[in-house]
Design a binder for this molecule. Structure first.
Ligand SMILES: NC(=O)c1ccc[n+]([C@@H]2O[C@H](COP(=O)([O-])OP(=O)(O)OC[C@H]3O[C@@H](n4cnc5c(N)ncnc54)[C@H](OP(=O)(O)O)[C@@H]3O)[C@@H](O)[C@H]2O)c1
Length: 316
């Protein structure tokens, strides 16, 4: 495994993390022992950053992680837990209440990274109200570092201006070889400000792996059912990219997931993909995306094909 530092801190994190949304009804892993086996394998192959959220299974994902880390005897400094507080829980007092519950589910004394999951677009909480609550929790030792998820740069700036003693270390955003909007603003901003970009859906929810045929799309019953990437209009194009990823993977003796994730690592040193895994095999496979690099020519070939895709989100 390759390691880097989280943002401008000295905290050592693996270049590939583990996304834990899978431990919820949305993705179907609701059995604790399966989740534990995924977490155990992740740690075994050197992944030390786990990304979860309060809303994943309404606490189930955090609870599974807390129990697994405890049962596996993982020492507190051997793992970096990043969770998220939803945009709905951002009233000043609610921030403390939500963090208290998260600490309890995760069975820890402090949370390494607390990310605001999305801006409070429905409740209109002033940005400085919740940022000051989070900063207070850093001061009190209950949060290590603060991150923002799905925040545009303008709002990141607004959030940073509220902080007196700490700064934002993590920006989390959707980023995969098909959906590359983060390259326009978020990644350059993170590079200029020494922040880590946690790339969510780094495998495009599996779409870039080409493991589903066009006919399979009708059978999808999980969260991907309404995902634009799995709409035939888009998926048909993505299959072209998936075929090239497969070809390149064979050439390197790697898997499609490893190539798709490695491409992201090659784009910028601040990008840290957090692929979700439903089995120990998948997590082990994903960990193998680090420690090597695609040649410039192969990286560019995928860049060109990806840039030629015309993905639309207007699917109904
Ligand atoms: N901040 C946010 O708003 C936000 C939003 C979404 C996700 N996230 C975070 O990002 C993480 C990852 O995103 P994601 O779950 O949306 O998508 P993803 O990581 O792009 O895709 C995960 C899915 O791909 C398949 N897969 C994973 N590894 C594989 C492998 N090696 N070989 C073959 N198939 C493999 C699995 O599904 P199948 O086996 O069923 O195909 C898995 O459930 C989440 O767990 C969560 O922590 C954050």
């Amino acid at each position: 495994m390759e390691y880097t530092h989280l943002g401008s801190t000295g905290l050592k994190v693996s270049r590939i993390g583990l996304g834990a949304w899978q431990f919820s009804e949305a993705w179907g892993i609701t059995d604790y022992n399966t989740a534990k086996s995924v977490i155990s394998k992740a740690l075994e192959v050197g992944i030390n950053l786990i990304d979860t959220a309060m809303v994943y299974g309404r606490g189930m994902s955090e609870q599974f992680i807390g129990s697994a880390l405890k049962e596996l005897g993982v020492k507190r400094d051997e793992v970096v837990v990043a969770t998220k507080i939803p945009g709905d829980f951002l009233a000043y007092r609610d921030v403390f209440k939500a963090v208290d519950r998260s600490l309890k589910r995760l069975q820890v004394d402090y949370i390494d990274v607390m990310q605001v999951h999305w801006p409070p677009c429905w409740h209109n909480h002033p940005t400085c109200e919740y940022m000051r609550a989070l900063e207070r929790l850093v001061e009190l030792g209950k949060i290590g570092y603060i991150g923002l998820s799905d925040f545009p740069v303008e709002l990141v700036e607004a959030a940073r201006s509220c902080l007196a003693k700490t700064d934002i270390e993590v920006l989390q955003v959707r980023y995969n070889i098909v959906e590359r909007q983060a390259e326009k603003e978020i990644i350059p901003y993170a590079e200029a400000n020494s922040m880590t970009v946690l790339a969510w859906s780094p495998l495009a929810k599996g779409a870039v792996l080409g493991k589903y045929t066009l006919e399979d799309l009708q059978k999808i019953s999980d969260i991907r059912r309404n995902d634009a990437l799995f709409h035939p209009e888009n998926y048909e194009q993505i299959l072209k990219l998936a075929n090239e990823i497969k070809r390149i993977a064979e050439k390197y003796g790697k898997t499609p997931a490893q190539v798709a994730l490695n491409w992201l690592l090659g784009y910028s040193s601040v990008v840290l993909p957090i692929p979700g895994a439903k089995s120990p095999e998948q997590v082990e496979d994903n960990a193998g995306a680090a420690g090597w690099r695609l040649s410039y020519e192969d990286w560019r070939r995928l860049d060109e094909i990806s840039s030629s895709l015309r993905i639309t989100y207007v699917i109904w």
